[in-house]
Ligand binder design. Structure first.
Ligand code: GAR
Length: 189
């Protein structure tokens, strides 16, 4: 049995989609959902899915090791970031070397880096008149959106598309591909 921890800061639609994908899988369990925001809607979703949660402060995360100890105590094998907006500290990268992945709502290396998340990405894509965008699933390292790329998928940006419309297309790609990519990564552990 491989155990996954999902880190999310916001709405958590990807977290829910991943949890539903693995719900009846005997080899994979979503062990817990972690968030830096005590009012993140993802926590509500986790509760409805009967998944345990942990919230933590900046101080907990960067100046202590309680979060890591929690993961280790629960036997977490793999960490999935799904709309999680903080950098992962070095001690956690070391402990989960090669076993932390993220999804970014654009075709990296374009539209990545600090401050580029969620709707801000889609607004920038529309403002630049891009004709396509998409998703990037990548390994996590000490910098925003710079880890090795594992998978990308594209969708068109049409004349007149609003950032909200682009967000919807990108979310569809995320729901379609993220769980399957996670499953493949787990097979390699
Ligand atoms: C997703 O689109 C994800 O790609 C993005 O935040 C959204 C979270 O939506 N992540 C980033 O922008 C990371 N830089 P969700 O909370 O509904 O899953």
């Amino acid at each position: 049995m491989k155990k996954i921890a999902i880190f999310a800061s916001g709405a958590g639609s990807n977290a829910q989609n991943i949890a539903e994908y693995f719900r009846n899988n005997e080899r994979v369990k979503i062990e817990c959902v972690l968030s830096n925001k005590t009012d993140a809607y993802v926590l509500e979703r986790a509760k409805n899915l009967e998944i345990d949660t942990l919230t933590f402060s900046r101080d907990d995360f960067y100046n202590g090791k309680n979060v890591l100890h929690f993961l280790q105590l629960r036997g977490v094998d793999f960490i999935v970031l799904a709309g999680f907006l903080w950098l992962i500290p070095g001690y956690m990268l070391d402990a989960y070397n090669g076993r932390i992945i993220n999804i970014h709502p654009a075709l990296l290396p374009k539209y990545g880096g600090k401050g580029m998340y969620g709707m801000k990405v889609h607004q920038a894509v529309v403002a630049a008149h891009e004709i396509e965008t998409g998703i990037t699933i990548h390994h996590v390292n000490a910098k925003y959106d710079e880890g090795d790329i594992i998978f990308q998928a594209k969708c068109p940006v049409l004349d007149g598309d609003t950032p909200e419309m682009v967000a919807q297309k990108v979310h569809r790609l995320e729901y379609e591909y993220y769980p399957g990519v996670i499953e493949k990564m787990l097979e390699k552990l």
